[in-house]
Design a protein around this ligand. Structure first.
Ligand code: ZN
Length: 297
């Protein structure tokens, strides 16, 4: 999912226009230290997209965070080839922020009466779904990085990818320079049996991280027209079958459940071309962060 920040961009443009009449304009900062949504990239010597990867929560030991990071870099760079490469410049496991949360009230959101479905850890993860949301999570993780000694890395990085125990709407999202994916996934907790908690295998996690990285590099969803309101839900399968980008990691046509150890989705000609040309140029020149005007088919 990509959350448009157009409202904010318009406000920024207005502020910039106003500054033209208010004396010398202050150069706008491209730094993640100053904003979670910087308007531009730092100029780069090589088209390297520099990332901080964070596990946010107390249970990073439930999966192999280090292996997931390695697999992510290996798959992304193999798929994108020349043009833009990703590099992890810093990484952190950040325990959940200590703050008062009304978890007793949260119990009513989980179906059934099984105490095993209403553990403190699970209620904390779900609390974010109801009381935080994407902007709150971004601010929380960014503040914890700044307070936790990661200011130099935030100064250098182009983006932050967060593997998040706190839950939110959808599997992942990208907003500003932050991409989030959930780990574990809390599923159907409101049903009478309380649903279930799924820790994603590394390959599935990497699929989602590559997708959010695509958004951070300026890619829209591929095959988006198959999921537009103008396409009836019954026609989606046929639409996807004809879409050139159906096997692109940016496409909702892809079958996430099929992603296993050796099988994964990457980029296709159209998305690769956009990143290699448009995003790479913006990285090298330190220009505005781009976003596709026209989604790939
Ligand atoms: Zn998306």
């Amino acid at each position: 999912m990509h959350i448009p920040r157009m409202g904010r961009r318009s406000l920024l443009s207005l502020a910039f226009a106003a500054s033209l009449f208010a004396g010398p304009a202050k150069a706008s900062s491209c730094s993640l230290v100053d904003s979670p949504n910087p308007p531009c990239f730092h100029p780069h010597v090589t088209p390297t997209f520099k990332i901080i990867v964070v596990h946010y929560g107390d249970h990073a030991a439930q999966y192999d965070f280090e292996a997931a990071k390695r697999l992510y870099v290996e798959r992304f760079n193999r798929e994108m080839g020349r043009g833009v490469t990703v590099e992890i410049v810093d990484s952190a496991v950040i325990p959940l922020k200590v703050e008062p949360r009304d978890l007793v009230a949260m119990e009513s959101h989980v179906g059934g009466n099984d105490p095993a479905q209403k553990t403190r850890d699970r209620l904390e993860r779900l609390w974010y779904y109801y009381f935080s949301g994407p902007d709150g999570l971004i601010d929380e993780v960014r503040t914890l990085l700044l307070d936790g000694g990661h200011r130099p890395a935030l100064e250098e990085a182009d983006a932050v990818l967060v593997v998040s125990e706190p839950q939110f709407e959808a599997l992942g999202f990208a907003s500003g320079a932050f991409g989030f994916t959930e780990q574990p996934s809390e599923i159907a907790w409101a049903l009478s049996d309380g649903g279930r908690t799924e820790w994603q295998p590394s390959a599935r996690l990497v699929d989602e991280l590559m997708h959010e990285t695509g958004h951070l590099l300026g890619l829209d969803h591929a095959s988006a027209h198959c999921f537009a309101d103008s396409t009836p839900p019954n026609d989606r399968v046929a639409c996807c079958a004809k879409s050139a980008g159906r096997n692109d990691v940016m496409s909702y046509c892809r079958d996430r459940a099929a992603v296993k150890g050796n099988f994964y989705y990457g980029f296709t000609d159209c998305t690769r071309k956009y990143v290699r040309k448009t995003t790479a140029r913006a990285l090298l020149r330190g220009e505005a962060r781009p976003f596709q005007d026209q989604a790939c088919d």
